[in-house]
Design a protein around this ligand. Structure first.
Ligand code: F6R
Length: 607
């Protein structure tokens, strides 16, 4: 979603802003712009298009010598994708870029109209710029505070004032923003990816704090006007991990990285006795004790990981677990108390719906634990405890390696929840940890099937509609496989629990609608085969994803993909890789922009 960049220092700002924006492209965007602060004027460049087009525009008009500026990649929320709606927006003395949504912009627009101010764009951001300019009397901090009192919604902003050319201001509420600096100057950005090449530490301004940045450093001013000390965090991702490293797409690279990601996530949590331990994460076992129920809340792929976590937790800990879509959770009036554990799963740690769900859970007194990949993100910081996954940067919009490590993290949590059970002793714990150690090898062995999966994708590439079906854990995997295919190949697909199809949707199955049938679960194997026969009888071409050694009868399936899997509960580590590769190769066959599919954003920071 929208990306913000800011630089103030001793070097020309334009190339640094453009380079930073190109690193933020992965977040998903449709237009881009920068503003350069000079002694006499602020130069603004905008275009409805890619950062490369913006760079051409700036080069044509002159990169300039300005050493301060702000930049933006826009993911449209208010008003279509036009140059006029692209950021930065100017109003009077003020130029700003914004990520988030100003919910009361209509009322503020009327207020501004009463002052004779009319916007040129259709954006909520320009209204915020007008409010800020109206409040400006020469003191930026006072004006920003007044603006914040008026704005409702979520925002991260980087701001320039015409008469303060060497100073950058920034503020955030409910939207991400990171800050860092080195001898070249100060950098601000929506996330740490543009900073990786420059610095090894960063901080996140607290909500409501105002950042004042100059070439020599930063000052944070809190709501009471006092200077606050930043809480620096180390950067443990390297720049190379955010590069394609010879792969044609980030998505393929990230699928291939899954074995290491799984090991890196598991290894620090294996104690001296070989069992799962969260002591290195600072999460006491007592946190899980007397927990009467668990609610897992997340969005999209992360929510699908939650469905698998539910099955593992209920089986192992015998406590009820529900999985709630985060955007619904908040409005459903959830019943929460101190014996309820709310687990929020998020790769980015910035998903607005998941963050809102977390805040509600805290407000209602529930225990909160987050499973997050991005260090220092809002969800990680605001939850009671955080269990970091160690997938490294995930740049492709479609989540892949983050999904596998989320499942692993939830499986580890299942161990901690089961500790209270009398029959879950050291032997069972050790056996479980040994099972988890096998996840890495299962993913690695499945990756070797890439050529066969590529062939299967050729069969799917011209389909207009298809079904993914499965039972038990495979039903959750069907949902994930279908989502992956939809988002990057633009082929419509539906995921159904295989036994549910006959209650309505089977009317859609014809010879023109291929079915991806996932059958890796021993416990429901026979039933699943019956469901496959039902769709086959209606002419569907079936691609069967199953376990090594399971061969269906002749003629039942057009293609069979046999995956390594030793026990039902571990099958998702193989199936995830196979389904991701299937979606990936299908999108490649269709010639689509795999890493940045249309309309999508990596970090969804609006509700
Ligand atoms: C799908 C995908 C999304 C995200 C969802 C949650 O491939 O990436 O469905 O899983 O937007 O994002 P996070 O995990 O960052 O909260």
């Amino acid at each position: 979603m929208c990306g913000i960049m800011g630089y103030v220092g001793t070097k020309p700002a334009a190339p640094r802003l453009l380079e930073g924006l190109s690193r933020l492209e992965y977040r998903g965007y449709d237009s881009a712009g920068i503003a350069l602060a000079g002694e006499r004027e602020v130069r603004v460049f905008r275009c409805a298009g890619k950062v490369a087009e913006l760079a051409d525009l700036v080069a044509a008009r002159g990169m300039g010598t300005e050493t301060a500026g702000i930049g933006h990649t826009r993911w449209a929320t208010h008003g279509p994708v036009t140059e006029g709606n692209a950021h930065p927006h100017r109003a009077g003395h003020v130029t700003l870029v914004h990520n988030g949504i100003i919910e009361n912009y209509a009322a503020l627009e009327q207020e501004m109209a009463a002052l004779g101010r009319k916007p040129l764009s259709q954006t909520d951001t320009e209204i915020a710029a007008m409010v800020l300019d109206a409040a400006y009397g020469g003191d930026p901090v006072t004006a920003i505070r007044r603006m914040m009192e008026k704005l409702e919604g979520s925002y991260a902003m980087a701001i320039l004032f015409d008469d303060k050319p060497g100073t950058l201001y920034a503020v955030r509420r409910g939207s991400p923003l990171v800050v860092s600096g080195n001898e070249e100057g100060t950098w601000i950005a929506s996330d740490i990816t543009p900073l990786l090449a420059h610095v090894r530490r960063y901080f996140v301004p607290e909500e409501g704090q105002i950042l004042i940045a100059t070439a020599t450093g930063t000052v944070l001013v809190d709501a009471a006007g006092s200077v606050a000390a930043p809480r620096w965090l180390p950067i443990d991702w390297d720049d190379a991990s955010a590069q394609k490293d010879g792969y044609p797409h980030f998505m393929l690279k990230e699928i291939m990285e899954q074995p290491q990601a799984l090991w890196k996530t598991l290894q620090p949590r294996l104690g001296e006795d070989g069992c799962v331990s969260f002591s290195g994460d600072g999460i006491p076992s007592a946190f899980f004790r007397k927990c009467r129920r668990v609610i897992i809340t997340a969005c999209g792929t992360a929510m699908h990981a939650g469905l698998l976590g539910k099955i593992a937790m209920e089986r192992m800990a015998r406590i009820p677990v529900t999985v709630e879509i985060a955007s619904e959770f908040r409005y459903a009036g959830p019943i929460l108390d101190a014996d309820t554990l709310v687990i929020v799963i998020s790769q980015s740690g910035e998903t607005a719906d998941s963050l809102a769900a977390l805040r509600l859970a805290k407000e209602k007194g529930a225990r909160t634990l987050s499973v997050v990949n991005c260090k220092g993100s809002s969800i990680a910081r605001e939850s009671q405890y955080v269990l970091y996954t160690h997938a490294g940067p995930e740049i492709a919009v479609a989540s892949t390696k983050a999904f596998s490590v989320q499942i692993l993290a939830l499986y580890m949590i299942a161990d901690q929840l089961a500790l209270g059970r009398g029959d879950y002793g050291p032997a069972q714990r050790l056996a479980w940890a040994q099972s988890l150690r096998r996840a890495e090898a299962l993913a690695a062995r499945t990756l070797r099937l890439a050529p066969q999966i590529k062939e299967a994708a050729r069969e799917l590439k011209d389909a207009e509609n298809l079904f993914y079906i499965g039972r038990g854990m495979d039903s959750a995997m069907a949902s994930e496989g279908s989502l992956k295919l939809k988002e990057i190949s633009y082929i419509h697909s539906e995921a159904y629990p295989a036994g549910e199809l006959k209650h309505g949707a089977i009317s859609l199955v014809t010879f023109r609608v291929p079915v991806v049938a996932i059958a890796t679960q021993e416990s429901v194997r026979v039933k699943m085969l019956s469901n496959i026969r039902e769709v086959r009888a209606r002419g569907a071409r079936v691609l069967l994803i199953t376990r090594e050694g399971w061969q269906p009868e002749e003629g039942l399936c057009c293609q069979v993909m046999s995956l390594p899997a030793e026990e039902d509960i571990l099958a998702p580590f193989s199936v995830a890789v196979a389904l991701q590769l299937l979606a990936y190769y299908t999108a490649v066959e269709r010639g689509l922009p795999v890493d940045q599919p249309r309309n999508l954003a990596k970090s969804v920071t609006v509700e």
